[in-house]
Design a protein around this ligand. Structure first.
Ligand SMILES: Nc1nc2c(ncn2[C@@H]2O[C@H](COP(=O)(O)OP(=O)(O)OP(=O)(O)O)[C@@H](O)[C@H]2O)c(=O)[nH]1
Length: 249
C-alpha cells in the first residue's frame, strides 16, 4: 500500500529513539536522520524534509530542557506536529454547500483517476442527499465520454457530454448551464489529463475554469499556476507507489 513503508520506517526511527537509555544529541540526530532518509527515499520534496528537520531541532533544545522533562515525549510530539504541518496547506479546503450550486472541476495528470474519482465524489454526495451531476469536458481522449457515461449510468447520476463537439470549454459551459437549470447543487466537470509540459492543454484548462468556475489562477506550481486548486484528492492509495510525492502535493 502507498505510504505503508514510509509509515513503518518513521515508526521504527521513533521506536529506536524511545528505546535509547539516554536521550542525547546523537540519539536525536540519528532519529531525525533516519526519518529524513525515509522521507527522501519516498520522494518527498527535499526542501520540505529539510525544513521539517530544522524546525524539530529548533523546538527540541536538549540543552535547555531541565531534568525531569520527558524528552522522548517532547521529541515524539515535535516529530508528529511537524509531519502534520507538512500536510497542512494553511487554509481550509474547498467545501461545497448543499442546496447551493457548486462547480467542481477535476484536474490532474493523465490516468491519475479523475473520471473514476469524479463518479465516486458524486456518488458519495448523492448518498448524503445532494443532487450531483457530471460533465465530461474531455474531448482529448477517445472514449472519455463513454467511460464517464458508463460510470454515471451505473451510479444513477445525470451526465452531460458530446460525441461531436470538440471544444471542451463549450461543453463545460453548456453542461454547467443545463444542470444549474435543473437545480443540481454539485456540478462536477471532468477534464482531460495533462502533463506539465503541455502548455496548450493548460491554457484549455484555464479557459474551462474561467468559463465555468470563474476564479483567478493565482497559485504556484504546474496545476496551481493554471487554475486555483481548492483541494487535493490522493487517488490509487491501493497501489504500490512510494507516495512521498503525494505528501509534497
Ligand atoms: N488501483 C486503482 N486504480 C484506479 C483507481 N482510480 C482509478 N483507477 C484506474 O486507473 C485508470 C485510469 O483512471 P481514470 O479515472 O480513467 O483516470 P483519468 O485521470 O480520468 O484519465 P485521463 O482522462 O486519461 O487523464 C483506470 O483503469 C481506473 O480504473 C484507484 O483508486 N485504484
Amino acid at each position: 500500500m502507498v505510504l505503508a513503508d514510509l509509515g513503518g520506517r518513521i515508526s521504527h526511527a521513533i521506536q529506536q529513539m524511545t528505546n535509547a537509555t539516554v536521550i542525547d544529541e546523537k540519539v536525536l540526530n540519528d532519529c531525525l536522520n533516519e526519518i529524513t532518509r525515509a522521507l527522501l527515499s519516498s520522494d518527498v520534496q527535499f526542501q520540505l524534509v529539510r525544513d521539517m528537520q530544522k524546525n524539530i531541532k529548533a523546538i527540541v533544545n536538549l540543552d535547555e530542557l531541565a531534568a525531569g522533562h520527558n524528552k522522548r515525549r517532547i521529541i515524539q510530539q515535535a516529530i508528529f506536529n511537524e509531519l502534520c504541518k507538512m500536510l497542512d496547506p494553511g487554509k481550509p479546503s474547498f467545501t461545497p454547500k448543499k442546496g447551493k450550486p457548486s462547480i467542481v472541476m477535476f484536474v490532474g495528470l493523465q490516468g491519475s483517476g479523475k473520471t473514476t474519482t469524479c463518479t465516486k465524489y458524486a456518488h458519495y454526495h448523492q448518498k448524503k442527499g445532494w443532487k450531483p451531476a457530471l460533465v465530461c469536458s474531455d474531448t482529448f481522449r477517445a472514449g472519455a465520454f463513454d467511460q464517464l457515461k458508463q460510470n454515471a449510468t451505473k451510479a444513477r447520476i445525470p451526465f452531460y457530454g458530446s460525441y461531436t463537439e470538440s471544444d471542451p470549454v463549450k461543453i463545460a459551459v453548456e453542461g454547467v448551464e443545463t444542470f444549474k437549470k435543473e437545480y443540481c447543487d454539485l456540478i462536477i466537470v471532468d477534464t482531460s489529463g495533462r502533463h506539465k509540459q503541455e502548455a496548450a492543454l493548460f491554457e484549455e484548462m484555464r479557459q474551462v475554469s474561467e468559463a465555468t468556475v470563474m476564479s483567478a489562477f493565482d497559485q504556484a506550481q504546474a496545476f496551481k499556476l493554471s487554475v486555483p486548486v481548492g483541494a487535493v484528492i490522493i487517488t490509487k492509495m491501493d497501489g504500490h507507489a512510494k507516495g512521498g510525492g503525494a505528501l509534497s502535493a
